[in-house]
Structure formats: C-alpha cells, structure tokens
Design a binder for this molecule. Sequence first.
Ligand code: ADP
Ligand code: ZN
Ligand code: ZN
Length: 730
Amino acid sequence: MSITPKPGLLRVVLPVPLRREFDYLCPLPLPAPGCRVSVPFGNRTMTALVLSHPSGSDIDATKLKSIGAVLDPMPILADDELRLLAWATQYYLYAPGEVYFQALPALLRKGEAADYRSTAYWHLLDAEAGVSAQAIKQQQALNLLRQGPLTAGELEVRGISGAILQALAKKQLIEKREQLPQPGDWRGNTAVSDDDKPRLTTEQALAVSLIQSARGFSPFLLEGITGSGKTEVYLQIMEPILQAGRQVLVLVPEIGLTPQTISRFQQRFKVPISTLHSGMNERERLDAWLSCRDSSTAIIIGTRSALLTPFARLGLIIIDEEHDTSFKQQDGFRYHARDLALLRARQLDIPIVLGSATPSFESLHNAASGKYQLLTLSQRPGTATVAEHLLLDSKHVQLHAGLSPQLIQLLEQELAKGNQVMLFLNRRGYAPALLCHDCGWLADCERCDAHYTWHQRPTRLHCHHCDHQRPLPPACPNCGSRQLMGTGLGTEQVEQALSGIFPQYGIIRIDRDNTRRKGSFQQHLEGIRNGKYQILIGTQMLAKGHHFPDVTLVAILDADGALFASDFRATERFAQLYIQVAGRAGRASKPGRVVLQTHQPEHALLQDLANQGYRHFAHSALQERQAAGLPPFSFQALLRAQAPQSRQVQEFLQQLVQQLAPGLPTGVLCLGPLSAQMERKAGQYRYQLLLQAGNRRELAAACRLALAIIDQLASARKVRWSLDVDPVEL
Ligand code: ADP
Ligand code: ZN
Ligand code: ZN
C-alpha cells in the first residue's frame, strides 16, 4: 500500500516576463530554496527555481497545480545569492524570471544536471618535450600544458589556436583525452613566485597596505594613469586572500579579456584560474560556473555576467576599467555589474576595488562623498614617462584622407626612428556616407534614420545600426549620374591613404570588420607585438588595455563629433576614450606623444584634457552636472518604447504620462515622451520617457506607479517597452 505524502507549498520563479512569483503544490519533503523543479505552466513544462516555502497562497487551493519533478538534490544557489537576486529584482523592477534565470548558465535553465561532464582535455605526453625555437606558439602551448591538462577553449583564451594543438598532436607531443574536470584543492598551495614581483612604488605600496588593512566591506577607488601599475596592485592584494583559501573575482570589460591579462595572473599564482565570457560554449560556461561554486577554481576573470556566478568562498572583488559601459547590460535585464558587485561585497562583508585611469563620474562622486576610499597612482614606475599632448588645428589645412601635413610629418619622424604609430578613428568602413556629386542624393537605410556606410572590402553599403547590407548602386538612383562619392572618413580610407604615403611600412587595421574571424584579433595583436606592423589604425577596439611597448605616437583623427553630441554623458565618454587612447603612447621607456587633430583646438574640454588631465576635467564637468541637477547628483530611469508605427508608441507614452503625472511624488521630474536619439531604427519608431529624482526612493515609487499604469493600458500591448534604471545611454 502506498502512502501519498501530504503536499506543501512552493513559491517559485519562472523564466517568463511577468513581474510575479508562482505557487505550486509539492509533496513533502519540500526541496530547499535554490533548487530547481519542473512545473506545468500553461500547456508546457518549465524549469522553475524554488524561492521559499510560503505558509499560504493567494491562489485558491483547488486551482493550485503540482510540480512535476525535483531537479536538484541540493540548492544550486545559496541563500546569499538568492538574496542578491531578490534585491536586484526590486531595484531594477524587472520580472523575477528575467533576473534569476540570468544568473544560471543556459544548460541549467534548460534543466540539465548541475554536474560536470567529461570533456576533452589536452595532455602533455612527454614532460621534457620541446620544439624548435622558432615555433613560439607551440612552445607556449607546451609550457601551459606542463602545468596540467587544459581544454581547447581554455587554451584558446590563452592565445593557443586549434591549429597549433593539431600540429603538436601530429608530432605526438600532446594528446586529447576525455575526462571529468579534476577539482584539485588549491588551498594551502598558492605558491607565489617571488622572482618577477617588482618592488612597489611608494604610491602602490600605500594602496596595497590600505586595502590589506581594511576589514570587512570596504570599497576602494583605485585611480591610476595607464601604466601606473594598477594590475600590480591587484596582484599583491590578491595574495593574502588566496593564501587564506578564498576566491577572487576579477571583472573586466567585454574586450579586456586577452591572453596577456590571463597570463599575468597565471605567472604570479599557481592556482586554477577560470574565465567567464560570452565567447564560451554552454558546457564550458557551466563547468566554469560549477568550479566557482565548489571553489575548485581560485581566480575567476570574467565579463559582466560573471558577477552573477555563485562563489563558495569569495574574498575579494576587483573591477578593472570600472568606467567601461560594457558593465551595464543594455538589453534584457538591464543591470550594472559594478553596482551589483558593490552590493555583493557589502553582503559578503569583503573588500572591493574599482580600478580605472578614468573613473566614472559616479565613482568619483562616491569617492568625494566618502563612500569609497580614493587611492591614487599618479606616476609610472621606473623610467616610463608620461606622454606629451599636442592639439593640431585642422582648420584651413589641406587634409589628405583626414590627415594634415603636420601629422604626416610627425608620423614620418617616429617611423624613421623605428617606432610604431597608432591612428585612432572610431568609424569603420571606407566612408560614413555615399553621396551623388551631381544631385546630392545620399544613400540612406530604408529602415533607420541613418546613412549607409560605404565599405570597400568587400564592396557594399552597410547600415551599422540595423546591420542591413546591399550592393553599391552603379549609378545615382535619383539622377542617373555615375559620380558617386564617399563623404567623411572611415578606417578603410585611412588605411588606403597611409599605404600610399608609407609603402615601406607594414600597416594593420583593427576594427570589427577584420576581427570577426575567430582568432584573427589575436593574430593581429601578435603581428603588432612582433614588429610585423609599424602603422596601426583602429577603432575603440585598439584603445583598450593592450600593451604595445613600441608605440610612441598616438593620433586621434576626429574629435569633433564627440564635442557636440546630445547625450550629457558624451563628454565624459570622450574624455575617457581620449585618455585611454593616449595611454597607448610611451608605455615602456620610450617617451610618447598624443596628437589630437581637431577643428576646435580652443575648445575648453580639449584644452582641459590635453593640459590638465582627466581629474581636472572631471572636476569641472562634475560641477556642471551638479548645477544642472544631472546624475550623479540625481537619479534617472528611462522608459523606452518602440513599435512599427510612430502613432502607436506616442499614444502609449502619452496615455502613460497623463495618468502618471498626477500621482508622481513631488520631487520627481517626468520628461517626454521624447523621440530616441535615432527615432527610427530597424523599422521601429522609438520614443522614451525620462524620470528623474533627487533620491532613489522617490524614483522607485515613480517607476512602480508607471509599471502599475502600464499593466492596465491596452495601448501597451501594441508596443515593446522596457524600463532602464540608472541608464548609461539616453
Ligand atoms: P596599469 O594596470 O595601471 O595599466 P600595469 O600594472 O600594467 O599598469 O603596469 C604597467 C607596467 O609596469 C607593467 O609592465 C608592469 O609589469 C610594470 N610595473 C608595475 N608596477 C611596477 C613596479 N613597482 N616596478 C616596476 N615595474 C612595475
Ligand atoms: Zn544624383
Ligand atoms: Zn539600418
């Protein structure tokens, strides 16, 4: 005779965009919060996450359904992780499903077991194995494998391609074996190699000792010019944490995760290091996630989403380039990894270090108000000097593909000395627009309020906003003229012009177009490092975090666009980019120069940046923000909406404003509906409503009210809308 156990109640979160939780019946004993269960939902079965065991439900008992199966014997998320997600749900006002399931690797969302599975690992067959000195990459691969087996994916992020591995396998030096990851215990064996530990500068030593003497939750802002040794500070503060057997999370921007970044940590500590980034496949992500959770990995280097990973023994969080906007997720659940990281550090009562050469205004403000302790590195260690800044006036001079004769001369001087030069232009393609010389027709994207960019390799028109591509028209569709010409400047054009002027030097262009192929970015970087190229042309991609010791001149070709943009953050972003690009010059013992070509050399912002530096600029720009009542002196939330017809969006937002306005707390400003910066994009009309308040409580109240109204509005069903708390882009 079987006994049906008495059922209890489970409150779960489901991966659906509804701002609520769901109750189900479940036989006893109830799975703990943090376990997954499968449940019927509509006519589907879904994976749900258990949040709590409520004593009663608002749903009529006869209508409650029973769960299908319990998927985890033990919680996959611990209580503190559940609390962090609960807080994030409240703060960002998202559907809990969008928040909680963001924290799970895709395989766990699909109901897969939270276990390692055997994967293919590369093993070294002969510990003494060597290859000829020319085969540098193969040698590197052997060195890495000497420390233990690695997967192809792990080798890839360390700069070793599949082709290298195949070559070594063919020589029978390595082989692939299927095995479970072996979570060896690294604690008590962190073996710091003292040989390559430099003597700290006074500023570094001060920063290290202040951070190390902190107890419990303590946020630090480490402001240090490029090359001042921030990474060295990170390494030194990690040491005692690792020795105590605790884990360290290092968050880096999207494209900051390079083999060099990883190898600096690897050279210092003999502990397992995991990476977490968007380029990994689902199984790799799950394995990395599991290794953080069971603490078989000691150091986790990852992009934004790594912050949502569970850690068994997290002891320190480091956020490098904390000002980088890639820490804010721009779609789906719009969270800011830096802001959540602070919360997490507080919750775990551990130190957190935000590092940057150009801190965000938010962080500078928090440092000024005493919330963060400010640590400054103002000098480069050793003989490395700080670059000299030049503003070149491009008014009234004949530009050749955007290059003034003066700039060409400066390039020539550096190249003749055997140095490398870097030119920076944040627009890929040949020209940002195609124009008919005879009638003025412009090739515009049919789906966006934007011009097509003209690309030459391969030849096409490409809309950078909706990704639409089409062939180049043979003649003007308006007047039939064949006099079609590009207007404005893109990286392809600069590359072409420079190869005409300096045919004797190797030129490499680095932008999204020629780095799409897997491994090609690494290949280009290597070519730069080993001197194959002397002239480097690139977009933003080239500006971030790469060490090129032979670059002595960096030129920014066009600064004018940034000076007149409509977003109030445009100047902050430009300044950060400028300093970042400038930081590429003169990193080693060679002095460097930064050249900014502009039609506005007298512009106060440029003068300030070139002559006084970022801190000075930020100080005056923050005063302007304060006078205007803008963030970080106020708080914002942006409600975005879009639909195929402009009328639908406007109607929705107008109805919302009408009902919202009378109920707004007195200190809340409601601006809009306004059109988005680009009103039409990919065939969608986009409008927005901006809420701004002097304090977070009132802002949150206003947002809640808006959401309650939207729930009742029929017009809301005809549009796609989203709420963005603390937007970083307007
Ligand atoms: P940042 O992260 O601030 O850009 P890094 O930590 O990368 O700076 O340091 C720049 C260079 O200076 C690196 O090559 C690093 O090894 C070296 N370096 C850092 N600190 C010291 C030091 N105290 N003495 C000598 N060299 C150092
Ligand atoms: Zn024409
Ligand atoms: Zn388009």
